[in-house]
Write a protein that binds this ligand. Structure first.
Ligand code: COA
Ligand code: MG
Length: 309
């Protein structure tokens, strides 16, 4: 029986092998009040931003405030990530030199405007030259946010998943993407549907997390709820957020309910029973159950375990 169960484990998506990132919360790195406020926020991941949330004239200030935050502030259970400027901005090298000098390294780097495998390789080699040599593995997340990035997404994943500085998630930037193709953002988001599906598809093919777009209408929590539930249904593992009020709404959308967890556990038990009896497909609660349904149930129990439910 144990051997059969491990068969399920092996087949199940490995995207949750890393910590859950249901919410990736941006905190402008130059805004002391918001960096302080982040200490009390319950986001899975806090992203201290050096890029678009920071005015050009404040880049230096952002770097030193972020280093101070990493070295001296406590952010509870939240993962601490830094978004640097893009590799072609002329700012990324200085961002990395300053940020990776911190005594407490960020838990990961978020790299925006990743368009080619060459950009990934340049980033990886710069980071590798700056982190202490005894750090054997260092994660980053890539933001895919242009037509060019979508066309090159497989090569980006190939390059990112090689080596010590390794890709652990793909993040979708809807507004930059829409601008890159000349689309108009609408409430339905139909103009970015194909791109979102491609991001999820590639992330899952490479065992990575897939993080959905920001909803900039941060006062419309009903709209956010619907969009977050849609993202979860599509296979995203989390969503980027920009305001504290968005955190609980997005957590709820990306967390299984107690009922779903109970049902998933029962389904896995029923599967094991039927496997022991030599049966493949079987009926459970009026539905046909075979391996894909069992793997989905396993995703639910893995996530519940990771978030402590
Ligand atoms: N990080 C940390 N704290 C935040 C925050 C954030 N992203 N957004 C708001 N807060 C804090 C505010 O400082 C305020 O705290 P206080 O009560 O201690 O003063 C509280 O949450 C309520 O904020 P509110 O007054 O409703 O919003 P605001 O006018 O201060 O800010 C935005 C609104 C949109 C400017 C702000 O949410 C923001 O900067 N978001 C991030 C934008 C960003 O990073 N964009 C780039 C990535 S897409
Ligand atoms: Mg962007």
């Amino acid at each position: 029986m144990a051997a059969r169960f491990s068969f399920v484990r092996r087949l199940s998506s490995s995207a949750l092998a890393v910590r859950p990132r249901r919410t990736i919360m941006y905190v402008p790195g130059s805004d002391e009040r918001k960096v302080e406020k982040a200490k009390s926020l319950d986001a899975d991941t806090l992203v201290f931003d050096c890029e678009d949330g920071v005015a050009y004239a404040k880049k230096k200030e952002a770097r030193s405030l972020i280093v101070r935050a990493l070295e001296q502030m406590q952010f509870g259970r939240s993962e601490r990530v830094v978004r640097i400027n893009s590799m072609d901005s002329g700012l990324a090298e200085d961002d990395l030199v300053e940020i990776l000098r911190a005594v407490n390294l960020p838990d990961a780097i978020l790299l925006p405007k990743v368009e080619t495998a060459e950009i990934v390789a340049r980033f990886q080699s710069k980071v590798e030259s700056l982190i202490p040599s005894d750090v054997t593995s260092y994660p980053f997340l890539a933001i895919v946010e242009s037509a060019r990035a979508l066309v090159n997404i497989k090569e980006i994943c190939d390059a990112g998943t090689r080596g010590k500085v390794h890709l652990s998630g793909l993040t979708f930037g809807a507004d930059d993407y829409a601008a890159s193709i000349g689309a108009v953002r609408t409430k339905s988001s139909s103009e970015v549907l194909c791109a979102r599906q491609l991001v999820v598809m590639h992330a899952k093919a490479y065992g990575l997390q897939a993080v959905d777009m920001v909803n900039i209408n941060y006062k419309d929590l009903e709209g956010l709820k619907a969009e977050a539930q849609e993202g979860a249904t599509m296979g995203f593992t989390g969503k980027q957020v920009i305001h504290p009020d968005q955190i609980p709404v997005v957590h709820a959308a990306f967390s299984p309910s107690l009922e779903q967890i109970k049902s998933a556990k029962n389904l896995i038990k029923a599967f094991e029973r039927h496997q022991a009896e030599g049966k493949g497909a079987f009926t459970y609660e009026g539905k046909m159950i075979d391996m894909p349904t069992v793997l989905q149930a396993k995703n639910v129990t893995d996530l519940a375990k990771a978030i402590g439910d």
